[in-house]
Design a binder for this molecule. Sequence first.
Ligand code: F6P
Length: 341
Amino acid sequence: MRIGVLTGGGDCPGLNAVIRAVVRKGIEAHGWEVIGFRNGWRGPIEGLTKQLGLDEVEEILTRGGTILGSSRTNPYKEEGGVEKIRAVLAQHKIDALVAIGGEDTLGVAKRLTDDGIPVVGVPKTIDNDLGSTDYTFGFDTAVHIATEALDRLRTTAESHHRALVVEVMGRHAGWIALHSGIAGGANVILVPEREFNVEKVVEWTQRRFERQYAPIIVVAEGAMPEGGAESLHNGEKDAFGHVRLGGIGQWLAEEIAERTGKESRAVVLGHVQRGGTPTAYDRVLATRFGLHAVDAIHDGDFGVMVALKGTDIVRVKLSEATAELKTVPAERLQEAEVFFG
Ligand code: F6P
């Protein structure tokens, strides 16, 4: 048997751990051949391959990024994209594909399965917003990085009696903001799921200043003020129709400075949250996902995504997993509110 593996969408710590697990189990438990496709769905469209043997996956467990490269290519937006994939898979005698990705990559995986191409999905995203799985790998690492940043920013903010607004990733879901904000003792946490009232944020910030502390405000890039809109980096859209976000942190820092008369600075954590070595938790989760993806292929169970439920790895239909994003529920935000101000 010959299987293909690819990584699509934004990269994320732990991708290499999945690739390693797929290759190790595929070869050692089943005697399969594993072929990597480079640069997301671009690989199987254009036949960009990389043979993956045991040597190729040595020492990649701890490495961030993906040895296969990634892209936000959408085969359904390319002329003859799906037919090209079918031809490339036939040419390389690929029996099944492991697609490691977020909502977009797995949305394509679902459609390809419907079109007769056997795919098993592995969920990845630092945003932790994929439905049907308790956690995605990459999230824990991103939260650690953001929390460490908050710890560092707090001491400099306090020295200068400034407010610090920290913009973290999270287009539609505020999981990174919520978890890093709680772990880092933020005074305000703003998420895309709930529009915020600027006056209230200023009031919380002011209250913190009055108690001689430096306020730390964590804001997800997709958060919006009441009646406002998302802050866009520019108007351009990718192949899945997503715009690039950015700017809410700076905007809020300026509002706070103007309304409180205190100094305020914005820090955008950006891709720092996605880079570097994965945490132990993410390495274990990614490895288990890879092993279970191989099991699904061995069982001939296609059109599924491996998922974490409690401490178990289960399989869910890709159609179910990609139906709805997992956003932060109101009660989770409410829990954190006792620390606001
Ligand atoms: O999908 C994960 C994510 O990290 C989002 O939170 C963010 O909006 C996006 O990727 C940015 O990705 P890029 O700059 O690679 O397009």
